[in-house]
Design a protein around this ligand. Sequence first.
Ligand SMILES: Cc1ncc(COP(=O)(O)O)c(C=O)c1O
Length: 383
Amino acid sequence: METLVKRTIQIAQPSTGAAEWQAVKEPIMSGWLTSGPKVRAFEKNFAEMHQVKRACAVTSCTTALHLALAALDIKPGDEVLVPAFTWVATANAVLYCGATPVFVDVDPVTFNMDPSDIAHRITEKTKAIIPVHLFGLCADMDAIKNAAPGLYIIEDAACAAGAIYKEVYAGGLGDFGCFSFHPRKSVTTGEGGMVTTNNNDYGDKLECLRNHGASVSEEVRHHGPRPYLLADFDVMGFNYRMTDLQGAMGIVQLSKLDQFIGERAKWAKFYERELDEVEWLRTPQEPEGYRHGWQSYACFVDETKAPFSRNKIMEILQEKGVSTRPGTHAVHMLGFYANKYNLKPEDYPGAQAANDYSMAIPLHNLMTKEDYEYVVAAIKSIA
Ligand SMILES: Cc1ncc(COP(=O)(O)O)c(C=O)c1O
């Protein structure tokens, strides 16, 4: 390690360039900037790739989750199950509806919802469950469905574009799938999100609710026989419309998704092989029958074997130029949720362990072979 020249390696970096630049010029030149032909094409391509009937583009995965919950008419008095280890947005979206998020523990090996912790959390108020496909690995949907019969299922697939569970793409495993195009995700539109569904009635509802509850979209109205008349508004909706600039960028990014995942999968294997000898680090796995989306490469630091604490190891790696992050956070340990529901860290031991010991290491499509070798050398030098 000492002989290697220091490098600076980011935890994640978007892969954007000339093709995206060319694509966003089109709506700028045409003047159709809000949701229009580019968003429609992006939705069509996304639905085809994920083998679902409908895809509805929105402004983020957070608004995607809110829209899906709103389409199910989740309201005050309802309870919705969410994993305790996820990005805070999963739980926040439930609160946006005035409903109550009820946390379920996670398995600290997969970092996903633990199906054995579901049944006893269900009450007569429970309406829906939001399994998260964290870091691109699909949750164990068969076990979750068995444990939560009759509940609506909204997949939080923020990290899981292109991921597969037993031959079914993420986004087609429940009633709705919600995706993120934040720059830390495998494909990005700057900010942005998508809701997928195989139910055409839900699809119509999503399109209406994302556009203030309007009975027709601006594009349809403008190009229809009576563009001078405003739409009807029979329900209260939101402005969660994606712009056509984002749609244009999304089309280009999506066309690279398989290539991005393929490259990431190759380097994930490299990490797994090279880091096998580091006994204090558990690397993530891709179980049989799954296609991991590899949005992040989240490891687990076993502090009983490690020379230092997880946080100290992260500090050492930062000094060596290697960015790391905790995988994500345990939402029940965040001040707002801990105070609101009087929750203690140990109430969800799996999520607490994931919060305290997970460590994501760099994995993205701008990294070179030398970058990956440097990360491995930096980790191995910690003793
Ligand atoms: C699991 C999960 N859900 C939801 C979100 C929210 O996504 P967005 O930033 O697009 O609102 C994120 C973002 O990181 C996430 O990781």
